[in-house]
Design a protein around this ligand. Structure first.
Ligand SMILES: NC(=O)c1ccc[n+]([C@@H]2O[C@H](COP(=O)([O-])OP(=O)(O)OC[C@H]3O[C@@H](n4cnc5c(N)ncnc54)[C@H](OP(=O)(O)O)[C@@H]3O)[C@@H](O)[C@H]2O)c1
Length: 219
Protein backbone atom coordinates (compact mmCIF):
# COMPACT_ATOMS: atom_id res chain seq x y z
CA UNK A 1 0.00 0.00 0.00
CA UNK A 2 1.26 3.46 -0.83
CA UNK A 3 1.43 6.59 1.25
CA UNK A 4 0.64 9.39 -1.20
CA UNK A 5 1.28 13.08 -0.50
CA UNK A 6 -1.03 15.27 -2.58
CA UNK A 7 0.00 18.90 -3.13
CA UNK A 8 -3.17 20.84 -3.90
CA UNK A 9 -4.97 18.23 -1.83
CA UNK A 10 -8.15 20.27 -1.47
CA UNK A 11 -8.60 20.58 -5.24
CA UNK A 12 -11.28 18.85 -7.27
CA UNK A 13 -9.10 16.20 -8.93
CA UNK A 14 -7.26 15.71 -5.63
CA UNK A 15 -10.48 15.04 -3.70
CA UNK A 16 -11.49 12.32 -6.16
CA UNK A 17 -8.00 10.88 -5.88
CA UNK A 18 -8.06 10.90 -2.06
CA UNK A 19 -11.37 9.03 -2.01
CA UNK A 20 -10.21 6.48 -4.60
CA UNK A 21 -6.88 5.93 -2.81
CA UNK A 22 -8.64 5.35 0.46
CA UNK A 23 -11.09 2.88 -1.15
CA UNK A 24 -8.12 0.85 -2.44
CA UNK A 25 -6.43 0.85 0.98
CA UNK A 26 -3.74 3.48 0.30
CA UNK A 27 -3.12 6.51 2.49
CA UNK A 28 -3.70 9.96 0.99
CA UNK A 29 -2.05 12.84 2.82
CA UNK A 30 -3.68 15.94 1.42
CA UNK A 31 -1.96 19.33 1.71
CA UNK A 32 -4.53 22.10 2.18
CA UNK A 33 -4.35 25.71 3.32
CA UNK A 34 -7.83 26.36 4.72
CA UNK A 35 -8.55 24.82 8.14
CA UNK A 36 -12.21 24.42 7.22
CA UNK A 37 -11.22 21.85 4.55
CA UNK A 38 -9.72 19.41 7.08
CA UNK A 39 -13.00 17.70 8.02
CA UNK A 40 -14.06 17.42 4.36
CA UNK A 41 -10.77 15.72 3.52
CA UNK A 42 -11.09 13.36 6.50
CA UNK A 43 -14.57 12.42 5.28
CA UNK A 44 -12.97 11.32 2.00
CA UNK A 45 -10.60 9.05 3.92
CA UNK A 46 -7.59 11.37 3.61
CA UNK A 47 -5.21 12.59 6.28
CA UNK A 48 -5.35 16.40 6.09
CA UNK A 49 -1.95 18.15 6.22
CA UNK A 50 -2.10 21.88 6.81
CA UNK A 51 0.24 24.10 4.78
CA UNK A 52 0.38 26.91 2.25
CA UNK A 53 2.70 26.66 -0.75
CA UNK A 54 3.22 30.42 -0.56
CA UNK A 55 4.52 30.18 3.00
CA UNK A 56 6.45 26.91 3.04
CA UNK A 57 10.15 26.60 2.25
CA UNK A 58 11.87 23.46 0.96
CA UNK A 59 12.73 22.14 4.43
CA UNK A 60 9.25 22.83 5.78
CA UNK A 61 7.47 21.09 2.92
CA UNK A 62 9.97 18.21 3.00
CA UNK A 63 9.16 17.70 6.67
CA UNK A 64 5.45 17.45 5.85
CA UNK A 65 6.18 15.00 3.01
CA UNK A 66 8.49 12.74 5.01
CA UNK A 67 7.31 9.13 5.12
CA UNK A 68 5.36 9.33 1.86
CA UNK A 69 6.18 7.03 -1.07
CA UNK A 70 4.82 9.21 -3.86
CA UNK A 71 4.09 12.91 -4.37
CA UNK A 72 1.21 13.95 -6.62
CA UNK A 73 1.23 17.64 -7.58
CA UNK A 74 -2.28 18.77 -8.52
CA UNK A 75 -2.12 22.35 -7.23
CA UNK A 76 -2.93 25.32 -9.37
CA UNK A 77 -3.96 28.93 -8.95
CA UNK A 78 -6.90 28.29 -11.28
CA UNK A 79 -6.61 31.74 -12.86
CA UNK A 80 -7.13 33.50 -9.51
CA UNK A 81 -4.56 36.21 -8.79
CA UNK A 82 -3.51 36.60 -12.43
CA UNK A 83 -0.16 35.65 -13.89
CA UNK A 84 1.66 36.36 -10.63
CA UNK A 85 -0.25 33.66 -8.71
CA UNK A 86 -0.04 31.17 -11.60
CA UNK A 87 3.73 31.70 -11.60
CA UNK A 88 3.84 31.27 -7.81
CA UNK A 89 1.70 28.10 -7.56
CA UNK A 90 1.78 26.24 -10.88
CA UNK A 91 5.42 27.24 -11.54
CA UNK A 92 7.44 28.04 -8.41
CA UNK A 93 5.16 25.81 -6.30
CA UNK A 94 5.99 22.82 -8.48
CA UNK A 95 9.72 23.57 -8.24
CA UNK A 96 9.39 23.87 -4.46
CA UNK A 97 7.55 20.53 -4.25
CA UNK A 98 10.18 18.80 -6.42
CA UNK A 99 12.99 20.14 -4.21
CA UNK A 100 11.08 19.12 -1.08
CA UNK A 101 10.47 15.59 -2.41
CA UNK A 102 14.19 15.22 -3.10
CA UNK A 103 15.04 16.49 0.39
CA UNK A 104 12.54 14.05 1.89
CA UNK A 105 14.05 11.19 -0.14
CA UNK A 106 10.87 10.58 -2.15
CA UNK A 107 11.73 9.44 -5.67
CA UNK A 108 8.30 9.06 -7.27
CA UNK A 109 6.67 12.31 -8.42
CA UNK A 110 3.52 12.61 -10.52
CA UNK A 111 2.53 15.97 -11.99
CA UNK A 112 -0.96 16.91 -13.18
CA UNK A 113 -0.07 19.21 -16.06
CA UNK A 114 -2.10 20.56 -19.00
CA UNK A 115 -2.77 19.42 -22.56
CA UNK A 116 -0.59 21.47 -24.93
CA UNK A 117 -3.41 21.99 -27.47
CA UNK A 118 -5.79 23.49 -24.89
CA UNK A 119 -5.82 26.91 -26.57
CA UNK A 120 -5.38 25.87 -30.21
CA UNK A 121 -7.72 27.63 -32.62
CA UNK A 122 -9.01 30.01 -29.92
CA UNK A 123 -8.25 33.62 -29.12
CA UNK A 124 -6.70 33.22 -25.68
CA UNK A 125 -6.07 35.81 -22.98
CA UNK A 126 -2.57 36.76 -21.85
CA UNK A 127 -3.41 35.02 -18.56
CA UNK A 128 -4.14 31.76 -20.35
CA UNK A 129 -1.05 32.04 -22.53
CA UNK A 130 1.03 32.57 -19.38
CA UNK A 131 -0.72 29.59 -17.72
CA UNK A 132 0.25 27.30 -20.61
CA UNK A 133 3.82 28.62 -20.60
CA UNK A 134 4.13 28.03 -16.86
CA UNK A 135 2.70 24.50 -17.16
CA UNK A 136 5.31 23.74 -19.84
CA UNK A 137 8.05 25.22 -17.67
CA UNK A 138 6.93 22.94 -14.83
CA UNK A 139 7.01 19.90 -17.15
CA UNK A 140 10.53 20.80 -18.29
CA UNK A 141 11.70 21.27 -14.71
CA UNK A 142 10.40 17.89 -13.56
CA UNK A 143 11.51 16.03 -16.69
CA UNK A 144 15.08 17.28 -16.20
CA UNK A 145 15.32 15.77 -12.72
CA UNK A 146 16.54 12.25 -12.01
CA UNK A 147 13.34 11.47 -10.10
CA UNK A 148 10.95 8.69 -11.11
CA UNK A 149 8.49 11.13 -12.63
CA UNK A 150 5.27 10.90 -14.60
CA UNK A 151 3.65 13.94 -16.25
CA UNK A 152 -0.07 13.55 -16.92
CA UNK A 153 -1.57 16.08 -19.35
CA UNK A 154 -5.37 15.94 -19.16
CA UNK A 155 -7.59 17.78 -21.64
CA UNK A 156 -10.29 20.16 -20.41
CA UNK A 157 -11.42 18.99 -16.95
CA UNK A 158 -15.12 18.17 -16.60
CA UNK A 159 -17.24 17.69 -13.49
CA UNK A 160 -19.41 15.05 -15.12
CA UNK A 161 -19.23 11.63 -13.42
CA UNK A 162 -16.32 9.43 -14.41
CA UNK A 163 -16.96 6.58 -16.81
CA UNK A 164 -13.93 4.47 -15.92
CA UNK A 165 -12.91 4.65 -19.59
CA UNK A 166 -10.36 7.03 -21.10
CA UNK A 167 -8.04 7.59 -24.03
CA UNK A 168 -4.39 8.01 -23.08
CA UNK A 169 -1.11 7.89 -24.93
CA UNK A 170 2.07 9.68 -25.81
CA UNK A 171 0.19 11.77 -28.40
CA UNK A 172 -3.60 11.78 -28.79
CA UNK A 173 -6.20 14.26 -30.12
CA UNK A 174 -7.36 17.00 -27.74
CA UNK A 175 -10.62 16.57 -25.77
CA UNK A 176 -12.27 16.82 -22.39
CA UNK A 177 -12.04 14.36 -19.50
CA UNK A 178 -13.99 14.01 -16.24
CA UNK A 179 -11.93 14.90 -13.17
CA UNK A 180 -13.01 11.59 -11.63
CA UNK A 181 -11.35 9.72 -14.53
CA UNK A 182 -8.19 11.83 -14.18
CA UNK A 183 -8.04 10.69 -10.56
CA UNK A 184 -8.65 7.07 -11.59
CA UNK A 185 -5.75 7.33 -14.04
CA UNK A 186 -3.50 8.80 -11.34
CA UNK A 187 -4.46 5.92 -9.03
CA UNK A 188 -3.52 3.32 -11.66
CA UNK A 189 -0.22 5.12 -12.32
CA UNK A 190 0.51 5.11 -8.58
CA UNK A 191 -0.18 1.38 -8.44
CA UNK A 192 2.04 0.68 -11.48
CA UNK A 193 5.52 2.09 -10.76
CA UNK A 194 6.77 0.66 -14.07
CA UNK A 195 4.93 3.60 -15.65
CA UNK A 196 7.89 5.90 -15.28
CA UNK A 197 9.62 8.87 -16.96
CA UNK A 198 6.82 9.34 -19.42
CA UNK A 199 4.50 12.16 -20.52
CA UNK A 200 0.91 10.96 -20.96
CA UNK A 201 -1.89 12.84 -22.72
CA UNK A 202 -5.37 12.02 -21.42
CA UNK A 203 -8.94 12.56 -22.61
CA UNK A 204 -12.25 10.78 -22.32
CA UNK A 205 -12.37 7.58 -24.33
CA UNK A 206 -13.60 4.04 -24.38
CA UNK A 207 -10.78 1.94 -22.94
CA UNK A 208 -10.83 0.95 -19.27
CA UNK A 209 -8.36 3.02 -17.25
CA UNK A 210 -6.48 -0.03 -15.91
CA UNK A 211 -5.98 -1.39 -19.44
CA UNK A 212 -4.72 1.95 -20.75
CA UNK A 213 -2.21 2.30 -17.91
CA UNK A 214 -0.99 -1.30 -18.32
CA UNK A 215 -0.30 -0.51 -21.97
CA UNK A 216 1.68 2.61 -20.98
CA UNK A 217 3.73 0.52 -18.56
CA UNK A 218 5.09 -1.40 -21.54
CA UNK A 219 5.35 1.46 -24.06
N1 LIG B 1 -9.30 23.37 -15.68
C1 LIG B 1 -8.86 22.59 -16.66
O1 LIG B 1 -9.56 22.35 -17.66
C2 LIG B 1 -7.51 21.94 -16.57
C3 LIG B 1 -7.06 21.18 -17.62
C4 LIG B 1 -5.84 20.50 -17.49
C5 LIG B 1 -5.11 20.61 -16.32
N2 LIG B 1 -5.55 21.39 -15.30
C6 LIG B 1 -4.73 21.42 -14.06
O2 LIG B 1 -5.10 20.30 -13.28
C7 LIG B 1 -4.79 20.55 -11.90
C8 LIG B 1 -5.97 20.12 -11.03
O3 LIG B 1 -7.15 20.78 -11.44
P1 LIG B 1 -8.39 20.96 -10.43
O4 LIG B 1 -9.57 21.34 -11.23
O5 LIG B 1 -8.44 19.82 -9.47
O6 LIG B 1 -7.86 22.26 -9.66
P2 LIG B 1 -8.47 22.99 -8.37
O7 LIG B 1 -9.74 22.36 -7.94
O8 LIG B 1 -8.46 24.46 -8.66
O9 LIG B 1 -7.35 22.65 -7.29
C9 LIG B 1 -6.13 23.33 -7.22
C10 LIG B 1 -5.71 23.29 -5.79
O10 LIG B 1 -4.49 24.02 -5.63
C11 LIG B 1 -4.55 24.60 -4.35
N3 LIG B 1 -3.72 25.76 -4.10
C12 LIG B 1 -3.78 26.96 -4.69
N4 LIG B 1 -2.95 27.80 -4.08
C13 LIG B 1 -2.36 27.09 -3.07
C14 LIG B 1 -1.40 27.40 -2.06
N5 LIG B 1 -0.89 28.63 -1.93
N6 LIG B 1 -1.02 26.42 -1.18
C15 LIG B 1 -1.56 25.19 -1.26
N7 LIG B 1 -2.46 24.83 -2.20
C16 LIG B 1 -2.86 25.78 -3.08
C17 LIG B 1 -5.99 25.07 -4.23
O11 LIG B 1 -6.28 25.27 -2.85
P3 LIG B 1 -7.61 26.04 -2.33
O12 LIG B 1 -8.66 24.96 -2.32
O13 LIG B 1 -7.22 26.51 -0.99
O14 LIG B 1 -7.87 27.15 -3.32
C18 LIG B 1 -6.74 23.92 -4.84
O15 LIG B 1 -7.12 23.00 -3.88
C19 LIG B 1 -4.44 22.03 -11.82
O16 LIG B 1 -3.04 22.16 -11.75
C20 LIG B 1 -4.93 22.60 -13.14
O17 LIG B 1 -4.15 23.69 -13.57
C21 LIG B 1 -6.74 22.06 -15.40
Amino acid sequence: MSNVFIVGGSGKVARHLARQLSTRGHTARSLHRDARQADELKALGAVPVSGDLLQLDIAGLAQLMTGSDVVVFSAGAGGKGGAQMTNAIDGDGLELAVAAARTAGIRRFILVSAFPEAGRGKVVSDTFENYMAVKKRADVHLAETDLDWVILRPGTLLDTPGTGNVRAGLAIPYGGVPREDVAATLLEIIENPEVNRIIIELTEGDTPVAQVVQRLAHS
